[in-house]
Design a protein around this ligand. Sequence first.
Ligand code: ADP
Ligand code: MG
Length: 268
Amino acid sequence: MSDAQRLVVPRSRAQAAGAGPEQAIVKPQDQQAPGRKGPLQLAAVGLKKSYRKAQVEIPVLRGVDLEVRRGEFLSIIGQSGSGKSTLLHLLGTLDAPDAGEVRFENRRIDNLPQAGRDTLRNKQFGMIFQFYHLLPELTTLENVLSPLMIAHGAWSYFRHRRDHLRRATQLLDMVGLAHRLKHKPRELSGGEMQRAAIARSLIAEPQLLLADEPTGNLDTATGEEILSLLRTLNDQRQLTIVMVTHDRAIAAQADRTVRLVEGQVEVV
Ligand code: ADP
Ligand code: MG
């Protein structure tokens, strides 16, 4: 990978703002994150979701309205049990709302047939989770490649195998895991597993990254590193990120934060 392709990962946002010579890839205009938001990309309109437990209906989301612009880094905070994961799953079409709509690029997506939702998740959305969800039997490199095997099918995958391998290796280099290609998840640290999961989430070149407590299982310093990586992806590649977290300090590193309270979104 040439230096121009390599993602420069600053250690902190403050450091990114005072970029040294080796960080010259970050253009000054890119640093003014709030000023460069694109058109509306993702929207939740009046989302409602309840769970039924022993004949009792427990409302979790009571009419969530949310708008995310292309290139934005939004964090959603809320206490444990406030419905953050539920909301993220609805945004990512992993689950369907009881009422309301999810819209992506001006198209309603919550009511698409299964195949349409699968395509959306395989091609347009990247997702990362608190517990990484790596496949334990696969190496780091194979984990990163796995979405392509699923999305392309075996025949097409093997025909383009060389390109896929090159791309997966580049992504793992970008997240700082070039020396861990053959390791299995159990041989990686928590931070390394999350880096691998981030590389995997990017392999299909998604337009939107949905992150559910991506630092929730990491110590503070490692969590900061993962956040820096996400910030850099947002700053340098204009990847839209929606991240849920219960951690205010982590949330504060996004461009904008909203809070889930009693099943609705409040501006922070
Ligand atoms: P958070 O991610 O903010 O901690 P969740 O979205 O996971 O919150 O959960 C919100 C509420 O919904 C919690 O009270 C949880 O127990 C409940 N809940 C989540 N998933 C289910 C489910 N599949 N069945 C029943 N209740 C659920
Ligand atoms: Mg959760």
